[in-house]
Structure formats: C-alpha cells, structure tokens
Design a protein around this ligand. Structure first.
Ligand SMILES: O=P(O)(O)OC[C@H]1O[C@H](OP(=O)(O)O)[C@H](O)[C@@H]1O
Ligand SMILES: Nc1ccnc(=O)[nH]1
Length: 506
C-alpha cells in the first residue's frame, strides 16, 4: 500500500508509525504489529492506530523512522505488513517455561537494545522471567549478551574495584560514602549505578543532585584515571545498553526478576573491567531478600556468575528491615550523606554499613590488610579525606565542589505524620515508605521524599512526629499525606491501625 508521509516530530525511542484505522484494517495489522516501510531504505516499525490524528492514505512517522528513511514529508512510501521479530516467539518460550539457547538470548538482547520490541513484549518477558526464573546457564548468556551488546572499558592499571547493591532497602545512600573512601585510598572505582528500580531514589538519581551523571564509557575511564572514582548513571552510557531499557519497564511494575537482577549488576561490573567486587544484599521484610536462605542462594549465584566472568565477588548480607539512615528521596539522602562526610554527624546504621562495605573493598583491593579495612575506611571518613575525594569526583563530573549539606534544596512543601499514641515503633514497612516517597514526587522531583524521625524499636510520645514528608508540589504532598494516614508506614505499639466503620470500604 502506498501512503503519504506525515512526519511527527516526537522522539519515542523506538521505530514507530501511526496509521489511520481504515488503512490498518486494509493492511490487516493490529496495534503492536510491525509494518515494513520501503523507500530507498527499508525500516520495520511498530504500528499504532488513530481515528483522527492521521487521515486515511497517510502514515505518521515518528522521529526515529524519519531519520532512518532520510525522506521529505511530501514523499510517499510503500507499506506492507511485516513479521514480528523472532524475539516475540522467544519471549513466548520463557512464558512456557522452555529453556532458551544462547543464540536466542543474544537475539532477544539485540532486539531489546535496538528497541525492536514494544513495551508490552518487554514487560511480558520480565513478568515471565519473574515467574519462571532462568537457569544458571541462561543467566550467564543473558549477562554476556548484555556486555557484548555495548562498550567495554579496559584500564591499564589494576585492580579495578567496584561495588553494587541489589537494592530493595529504602535510603541506601552508601555509595556516596563508599566510592570516595575507596578512591581516597588509591584504588580505582568506576561506579555505574542505575536509577531507582523498586525504590524512591537510585544512586544515579542521588548523584544527579550534585553533578551530571551522563557520560560515555571513554569519559568514565578518563575521569576514573584522573581522580580514582566516579558515580555515574549506567543507563546513559553505552555500557550494557539493554539494562536500562529493561529497568524502564521494571520500574512501573516494581519488580526485579532474579535472573535480570544478576545480569543487570554483573554485566555492568564486567563491562567496566572490574576485578574485585563487593555486593550489598539488603535482607529483611519488605526487601528483595525475605530470609537468610534466599540471601545465601543469591550470594552464591552472584559469586558463581562473577567467577565465570573472571571477577572476584564478595557478598555482604546486610540488615534491610528498615531504611538505611533517616532519609528517603534524592536531595534528603544527599544532604544526609554530605553531613556525614563533613562532620561524621549522622545515623550509625548508615555510617557503619558504608564503612563495613568500603572496608571489604579496601582489603580486596590490597589497600588494607585483612581485618584492617573497616578501621581504615572509618579513618578516611573521620580525617576528611573522603570528603576531599568526593569534592574531586563532583568537580570532575561537572558539579560544584564547594557545595555543602546546607546548600541542598529540599522540597518547600512538608507535612508531619504524628504518633497516635505513646509507645515503641514495632513495625516498619519499607514498601509503604517507598510508595509514600514516590507519591510525594521522588525520585523525579529531587526535593521530594521522607524524613524518618522514629525508626524500628525507638520510642515515641503521642503527637510527636514519626515522619515528615517533603514535596516540590502541594498536590503531591497531599496525595502522599493521605496515603500515609490511610495506611501508615510504621506501627506504634498499641496504636489503632485502622478504624473500620463502613462495610463498603472494607
Ligand atoms: O530502587 P532499588 O531497587 O531499591 O535499587 C536500585 C539501586 O540499587 C543499586 O544501587 P548502587 O548503585 O549499588 O548504589 C542500583 O544501582 C540502584 O541505584
Ligand atoms: N536489577 C538491578 C538491581 C540493582 N542494581 C542494578 O543496577 N540492577
């Protein structure tokens, strides 16, 4: 079918076109199907329908397709139905619990990387692999396919050390302390992080409060060689490019399938050439690891995958039943981290966890003797060397190295949630606190989040604040506050959890 081109100057991140319902019917395609668009070059694109945006006889070409065709809008193109990519069938195999071959996994990762799949198809893949986990072998191929589909960094100096958290505990801002501590002791740590996946602020979201986080692989290499470390967003690089495309679909689903978590983390570590890696596995109710047995199994999987990829991996099972420190949300977390770097002022849970993991890396990288890592890490924080190094990192990434904790802008709208009775905090719900922070606008609104006045086991008096919610927009604050009141993120001993009076609301 010949159709007249109507350019739509919007970038949608995929090869996509819009057809009028009538033409689509005649071509026999449905939304999400593919069409081949022929001109001097041929492009296969995902179809969308419209009744009125595009007239019959026309085809709307989004920016990516136009670029690929290099044509003027007045020209016509030949449009014909096309097969779905092979990966659609491969995803079906994952749903049917069939094992994938290495070639199939490489094909799938290629289609994810090249944006040949619809979000529905990617979401089906993630949901299916969440339910039917991949085997160890498949997970290794998934990881290797992710590494091979992007750029790799090769440093001349070794060892390269690295750190990653599997996420799942709110407020886990420890990377902001660990990277400068480790780099201040002469080790190279090219840290790539993702944005929030199941949380309200990933490390990339946090670092962005202080400096740009989008760099190429060669810039990461150069900056790391100059100052010893960086904290950048993995999704902006061409390192393991499929990773961020998967994370974008995981985020709204708030899921992180086991095989994907392994591949996502280990592909990023392998691609930056890491030799020695520490992985933080927060464990406890409301995290990604409900119990010790699951934690040990995941640790084994991470270590074994590391071994096959040529990396030494140590795992730290850490306490995750309640948040790390007292803040959740980018700006609040950055302020808390800067205060510790500036004056050691801050919650012990946060300092101890950071120092413990940094110590492991210092030992693995040979900067500290066995058993001495913790003390060296603590000393590096106390003597200001970590702060000085962090300023160098901020500066090299293009931020203001003179920034202090007092300069960090927190959302101007805030509200306290108060204790309804006297008592101890007997339950802390990680998932609720994340939902509230997200309703308040985090992680996209950097100033949004939650400050926790009372943590698990701490006592509170009736009327005292238990949390303060911060937001950049009044409406978001109200939405978060309403949610916090209806279903509290923490329970005070003896408190009435919910009063039920209307049978229709139960
Ligand atoms: O949103 P959830 O799933 O909690 O966790 C995701 C976070 O965990 C990892 O942290 P880091 O980069 O090792 O500090 C990721 O990079 C990301 O920042
Ligand atoms: N799936 C993931 C969990 C944590 N960090 C990542 O980068 N990826």
């Amino acid at each position: 079918m010949q159709l007249k081109v109507q350019p739509i100057d919007i970038k949608v991140g995929k090869f996509k076109v819009v057809l009028n319902n009538l033409d689509a019917k005649e071509l026999g395609v449905n939304p999400g199907d593919r069409v081949r668009i022929k001109n001097h070059t041929t492009v296969t694109a995902i179809v969308d329908f419209t009744e009125d945006m595009i007239s019959p006889g026309m085809i709307g070409l989004y920016h990516e397709v136009q670029e690929q065709l290099h044509r003027e809008w007045t020209e016509t193109v030949e449009v014909e139905p096309a097969e779905k990519p092979k990966s659609a069938r491969i995803i079906r195999k994952v749903m049917d619990q069939q094992k994938l071959t290495k070639e199939e996994i490489y094909e799938l990762v290629k289609d994810i990387t090249e944006e040949n799949l619809t979000d529905i198809e990617v979401s089906a893949f993630l949901t299916a692999s969440y339910i039917n986990d991949m085997t160890e072998e498949e997970t290794e191929w998934l990881t290797r396919a992710m590494v091979d589909s992007g750029e790799k960094i090769e440093f001349d100096m070794h060892p390269i050390v690295d750190k990653h958290s599997i996420g799942g505990v709110p407020g886990n801002k420890i990377t902001l302390l660990i990277v400068p501590i480790v780099a201040a002791n002469g080790l190279l740590i090219p840290k790539t992080s993702s944005r929030a996946i199941t949380g309200a602020g990933g490390t990339a979201d946090l670092m962005e409060v202080l400096a740009p986080v989008e760099f190429t692989a060669s810039q990461i290499k150069e900056m790391t060689q100059k100052v010893g470390g960086v904290i950048v967003w993995g999704g902006a690089t061409n390192i393991a490019p499929a990773d961020d495309k998967l994370i974008k679909v995981e985020y709204p689903l708030s899921i992180d399938p086991h095989c994907q978590l392994l591949a996502s983390i280990m592909a990023k570590k392998s691609a930056v050439g890491a030799d020695k890696v520490v992985i933080d596995l927060p464990m406890g109710s409301g995290t990604k690891i409900p119990d010790m047995a699951t934690g040990r199994k995941l640790a084994r999987d991470l270590m074994s995958l590391g071994e096959r990829l040529g990396m030494e991996v140590d795992c730290a099972l850490t306490y995750g039943s309640s948040p790390v420190g007292r803040t959740i949300g980018p700006a609040l977390e950055v302020r808390e981290a800067l205060k510790v770097l500036e004056s050691m002022e801050g919650p012990n849970s946060f300092i101890e966890k950071s120092v413990g993991l940094a110590g492991m890396l210092l030992e693995m990288g040979g900067a500290a003797a066995r058993g001495q890592g913790h003390d060296l890490a603590l000393e590096t924080l106390q003597n200001g060397k970590a702060l000085a190094k962090f300023k160098e990192i901020i500066a090299i990434q293009g931020g203001d190295p003179n920034v202090t904790s007092n300069d960090i802008q927190i959302g101007e709208f805030s509200a306290e949630v108060k204790a309804p009775s006297n008592g101890y905090i007997i339950e802390f719900r990680n998932k609720r606190i994340v939902q509230i922070a997200r309703l308040a606008g985090a992680p996209n609104d950097k100033g949004a989040g939650v400050y926790i006045h009372r943590k698990l086991g701490e006592s509170v008096k009736q009327g005292e604040p238990v949390i303060t919610i911060y937001a950049e927009k009044e409406a978001k604050l109200q939405a978060a506050l309403k949610s916090a009141r209806q279903d509290p993120p923490l329970i005070v001993e003896g408190m009435l959890i919910e009063r039920l009076t209307d049978i229709r609301e139960v």
